[in-house]
Design a protein around this ligand. Structure first.
Ligand SMILES: Cc1cc2nc3c(=O)[nH]c(=O)nc-3n(C[C@H](O)[C@H](O)[C@H](O)COP(=O)(O)O)c2cc1C
Ligand SMILES: [Fe+2]
Ligand SMILES: [Fe+2]
Length: 408
């Protein structure tokens, strides 16, 4: 059962978090396996005769959202609704909120959000498009709207509450999972949460990594992050004790800052042939002092591509093993590779281990794809059938070559 949290964050201005823990979702965006779930966070601010709602929840939880809202305020009294991003995980409940509100609230978003509110929800009355950097006095507070295009859609903006140094950030600085706290006050909760943030960044925003870096720079130049008091995202933990931690984590993932020694190994093996080559590579890696993290697709195991992607940013290098399947790359690796190159296209060294029965395709196909990407292709070894002593020697040599690229 999705749990609902209503937490007062501040007395002046009166500020509330409305969070629902979506433990029903299995595949975010109908794609990404998230057994860890996700939260949708909306916020409500009451101050000086204004009631401002920042975002909402997914449509599935519209009734629960109204119920939660109504425990703090009569929805008719909402004067402003800030729409940071119109993706329905944040905007789905809005039509019901507006109905309960009697369509009186002023709706504020970017010009792109205005268009999407109409096309997605038929909302067109009372919508005001704000410009990047525009400030609006609402009650006794100043709201500064900052466009963060492609984090995660072209419509996306964040709000900076000027007097209080608070950022409402929607998708930015969010993450997957259902943390057992609402904020970052417990170190243990934060440490357990951060890997889910990495997975979220890569799967949801990874395609727009360039904008992630550009927008981080933009925010920095605006001078609002150095002394920010709170970051209030649309998913996951809110950052009160140490907002710099999530900013730094996003920067690390954006840059692909690696953990020394971590090598990501991904392979398929139908009957154990690729596996043999991979075992040799893993053995050589360990001899060299690396710590391989291994994902395999076999007849007994198929781990989630979303988890594989989450392990890319902090890996130093990758090894991809694949069999040739009907004159192509094995379907599981084909799919993984497609997502990898699209969502986690980092400048990291990659070694390719292919095996085949009669005409090898997997190795050179993966090599061709890598050469068109940002990855640094180290080498390809194609093994015909079982791995011979000669193949083994070549594999060990290429692993040592990979290590050299990493300065070892
Ligand atoms: C369904 C299937 C399709 C295959 N298609 C090809 C192929 O098109 N070309 C080829 O050279 N080998 C092909 N093979 C052979 C495998 O690539 C080869 O046996 C490889 O060593 C398998 O490694 P694995 O058992 O670790 O998956 C195919 C094997 C299977 C089971
Ligand atoms: Fe989004
Ligand atoms: Fe979202």
């Amino acid at each position: 059962m999705p749990k609902v949290w209503i937490e007062k964050l501040l007395d002046e201005p009166e500020l509330y978090l409305l969070r629902i823990d979506d433990d029903q979702v299995k595949y975010f965006e109908a794609t990404w396996d998230i057994p860890e779930g996700i939260t949708y966070n909306a916020y409500l601010m009451k101050s000086d005769n204004v009631v401002v709602l920042f975002d909402a929840w997914k449509k599935d939880y519209a009734d629960k959202f109204l119920e939660a809202l109504s425990s703090i305020v009569d929805p008719k009294d909402i004067t402003h609704i800030i729409v940071h991003h119109t993706e329905p995980d944040h905007s789905g409940a809005l039509p019901k909120v507006l109905e309960a509100n009697g369509y009186k609230a002023k709706i504020i978003g970017t010009a792109f959000a205005k268009r999407l509110l109409e096309s997605l929800h038929g909302i067109k009355e009372n919508v005001r498009a704000v410009k990047d950097g525009e400030e609006l006095k609402i009650g006794n507070r100043t709201l500064k709207f900052i466009a963060l295009p492609w984090l995660h859609w072209p419509d996306t903006m964040i709000t900076y509450l000027v007097e209080d140094k608070i950022i409402f950030s929607c998708d930015a600085w969010g993450g997957y999972s259902i943390p057992e706290r609402v904020d970052d006050s417990d170190e243990g909760v934060v440490e357990r949460y951060l890997p889910h943030v990495t997975k979220y960044i890569v799967t949801v925003i990874g395609h727009y990594r360039k904008y992630l870096l550009e927008n981080a720079e933009k925010i920095k130049n605006l001078g609002i992050v150095d002394d920010v008091k709170m970051i209030l995202p649309g998913h996951g933990l809110i950052w009160h004790k140490n907002p710099q931690k999530i900013l730094q984590h996003y920067a690390n993932v954006g840059l692909g800052a690696s953990k020394k020694g971590k090598i990501l190994v991904i392979y398929d093996s139908m009957y154990g042939f690729v596996e043999r080559s991979v075992e040799i590579a893993v053995d050589e890696l360990k001899k060299l002092g690396f710590e391989p993290v291994v994902y395999r697709f076999t007849d007994k195991e198929a781990l989630a591509v979303s988890d594989i992607l989450g392990d890319v940013p902090d890996s130093e290098a990758l090894i991809i093993g694949a069999s040739t399947y009907e004159a192509n790359v094995h379907p599981r690796i084909r799919h993984t590779l497609y997502e990898l190159l699209d969502k986690a296209n980092y400048e990291k060294p990659v070694l390719v281990l292919g095996t085949f029965g009669w005409a090898g395709v997997a190795g050179r196909e993966i090599e061709a794809l890598l050469k068109k990407s940002k990855f640094d292709h180290v080498g390809t070894i194609e093994v015909k059938g079982r791995t011979t002593d000669e193949d083994e020697a070549k594999i060990r040599e290429e692993v040592r070559e990979l290590a050299k690229r990493l300065g070892r």
